[in-house]
Design a protein around this ligand. Structure first.
Ligand code: FEO
Length: 400
């Protein structure tokens, strides 16, 4: 029925959320839905690992109930407190034995109490701690900020199985759970989008965590995250991708994002794009109001240049572009250069404000904002083309 055996006596007991279109409130678009992956390990001691988001609690209990009597569960590992995994915690606890042991980090304990109250039987673990559950062992690796302070990985050495919760995950609802059963292009795209939009600010921690796990010598032949597919064919690939993405090394690519009121800023965007293309630069061009912000960020993630254009309205930026500027500041991309453009009528203001926001996002502005009044004439459009060519040359000259 709903459960899927992923290794001998180890089951996926999660839920598929086919219809979710935004995650983290409205912050993250999930065009392809998501899954909330929970797992059950059956041994001399039976272990439940993680849970599901609130709307799927009933389905989760149905699936879990197929493979075990709730009263036979001995340990409940909470790798991460965020409600997409822990919303089922209180209802689950009502169904488990009173002496069930909840395994989590100290921050996990604090987070669970803050979300659901106290009175539970916690066992706090740290990196290096292990629990023997029969022929298998649970080993724990704290992973703070991947994705919350409470996060940890659970590792089962006898199975070479890593359960890292959010890390290595993606928002993708799938019928078949394993990477080799799905379109590789899609899963890598969703994994990259997840990293770019959620994990980028923690890249330094990811580099250190990968180094730590490598030094621990963990043998891994399966990574079973809490969202999306389970890695078994591409284990090495996704670890290498994480190492690469965490370095944030951009390639010779530019992303132009703009919006427009009466087409003038759009005319500039088009000419700037031509200048870049004719210099051989790979570009993406987005009108923000008809584009998905998270998809744009995924393209910005590995681009060297970000070029943002807006007309001025009431002395400020066209509001559609503001969420992107907020994201750029929050995500803290590295090694990026930038430029700004836009048209205005009787008074400017938007390009200056965008430039300030890009500087706050630590994007190195390589040109003064390119500004035109009302409608750009032929000469101005030629200048916009040259503006694009100069940005292209700066891209090629920038080493990092
Ligand atoms: Fe999937 Fe950070 O929760």
């Amino acid at each position: 029925m709903g459960s899927i055996q992923i290794k001998e006596d180890i089951y996926w007991v999660g839920a598929r959320d086919w219809n979710i279109r935004y995650f983290h409130g409205p912050a993250y678009s999930t065009h392809r839905g998501t899954t909330y992956n929970a797992y059950l390990i059956k041994d001399e001691k039976n272990v439940l690992v993680d849970g599901v988001f609130k709307p799927f609690i009933g389905k989760f209990f149905e699936t879990l109930g197929e493979v075990i009597d709730f009263q036979e569960i001995d340990y409940y590992v909470v790798n991460h407190v965020e409600p997409d995994h822990s919303a089922s915690f209180p209802e689950t606890m009502k169904r488990l034995r009173d002496d069930v042991v909840i395994i989590c980090t100290e921050k996990g304990r604090e987070g669970l109490i803050e979300h659901y109250g106290d009175g539970y039987n916690f066992q706090v673990v740290r990196t290096g701690d292990t629990i023997k559950i029969g022929k298998r062992t649970l080993a724990f690796v704290e992973a703070p900020m991947l994705h919350w302070p409470d996060s940890m990985f659970t590792y089962v050495p006898e199975e070479k199985l890593l359960l890292p919760n959010d890390a290595f995950g993606m928002h993708l609802a799938v019928a078949r759970l394993f990477d080799d059963e799905n379109d590789e292009v899609v899963i890598m795209q969703e994994a990259k989008k997840y990293f770019a939009n959620i994990l980028t600010p923690f890249s330094g921690l990811i580099i250190n965590k990968l180094k730590e796990v490598t030094e621990m010598g963990l043998e891994i032949d399966m990574i079973a995250p809490s969202h999306g597919i389970i890695w078994r064919r591409n284990v090495v690939t996704i670890i290498e991708k994480y190492a690469e993405w965490a370095e944030m090394k951009p390639r010779d690519k530019a992303v132009i994002v703009y919006d427009t009121m009466w087409d003038s800023t759009e005319l500039l965007a088009d000419k700037i794009a031509d200048g870049l293309i004719n210099e051989g630069i790979d570009i993406r061009l987005y009108k923000q109001s008809v584009s998905d912000r998270n998809d744009i960020i995924t393209e910005i993630f590995d681009a060297k240049a970000i070029i943002i254009g807006s007309p001025t309205i009431n002395n400020v930026i066209l509001p559609e572009l503001v969420p992107l500027l907020e994201d750029l500041e929050g995500l803290r991309f590295k090694h990026k250069i930038g430029a700004v453009f836009g048209s205005h009528g009787w008074a400017g203001g938007a390009t200056k404000r965008i430039a300030e926001r890009m500087k706050a996002a630590k994007i190195e502005l390589i040109e003064e904002p390119f500004v035109t009044k009302y409608v750009p004439d032929k000469e101005t459009l030629d200048e916009a083309y040259e503006f694009g060519r100069r940005i292209a040359r700066a891209i090629k000259e920038k080493n990092q």
